[in-house]
Write a protein that binds this ligand. Structure first.
Ligand SMILES: *Cc1c(COP(=O)(O)O)cnc(C)c1O
Length: 220
């Protein structure tokens, strides 16, 4: 079975109670896995790799809302600009400017989330609180970009068994979300929570979770 439909139904039940959206993370899974969930009415899918996403998008129904959740290189934005629904991992002002440029070129306004580094691990991408402040406390920097709509923040907690650490990191992100929400008219999405920690994320105010392995099984 390519999709765990029981897990899907149970996650959807929890999310409905929190008014949260499920992004089904289908990276490294075949188009058939996506089709199986699509057949149940699901429309939001997340991918991490540009080439893989472009291939899948060309084969699968146009109604799918494609979320790009990986690390995006500036020279690849142009491949996503014509169709991407939401870019979660924007981690520099230069990337934001490139998304704006490519969006304007194709006559779109692209929804984006800024990625914030909340985990203890060094390797994760994202703005730290100071860099985020430098960008968001100068709203003109964002308002001048006609091709992007800033929808909120995204973050990944530490891969840790220590749930109080994970909780603390989600609280930090939620605090930043609340702080900047009032300054931007479309700021309404807080993308946090994955297979291992989405319950904590929901209880800390997430309204968008990104779940892969619980739905599609482990990735090889
Ligand atoms: C792969 C990935 C996920 C999904 O991870 P699971 O643990 O399989 O649920 C969520 N968010 C990001 C950014 C990812 O890269």
């Amino acid at each position: 079975m390519s999709v765990n439909t029981e897990a899907y139904q149970s996650i959807m039940g929890e999310l409905t109670a929190h008014d949260a959206t499920l992004v089904a993370v289908s990276k490294l899974k075949p188009p058939e896995a996506i089709e199986a969930l699509y057949a149940l009415g699901h429309r939001d899918f997340g991918e991490n790799y540009v080439q893989e996403l472009v291939d899948k998008q060309s084969k699968l129904p146009a109604e799918i809302r494609w979320h790009f959740i990986g690390h995006l290189q500036r020279n690849k934005v142009k491949y996503l600009a014509p169709f991407v629904y939401l870019i979660h991992g924007v981690d520099s002002e230069k990337l934001l400017q490139e998304i704006d440029r490519q969006a304007v070129k194709v006559g779109r306004v692209i929804d984006v989330l800024l990625q914030v580094h909340i985990a203890t691990e060094e390797s994760k991408f994202g703005f730290d609180a100071g860099e985020l402040a430098a960008l968001l406390e100068t709203p003109e920097k964002i308002e001048g970009l006609a091709g992007i709509r800033l929808r909120g923040l995204m973050g990944m907690a530490s891969f840790s068994e220590d749930s109080s650490l994970v909780r603390q990191e989600f609280q930090t992100l939620r605090g930043l979300f609340v702080r900047y929400k009032t300054a931007f008219p479309h700021f309404d999405l807080l993308s946090m929570g994955m297979s291992g920690d989405y319950g904590i994320a929901l209880s800390e105010g997430s309204n968008m979770v990104r779940i892969g392995s619980l739905l599609f099984g482990r990735r090889s």
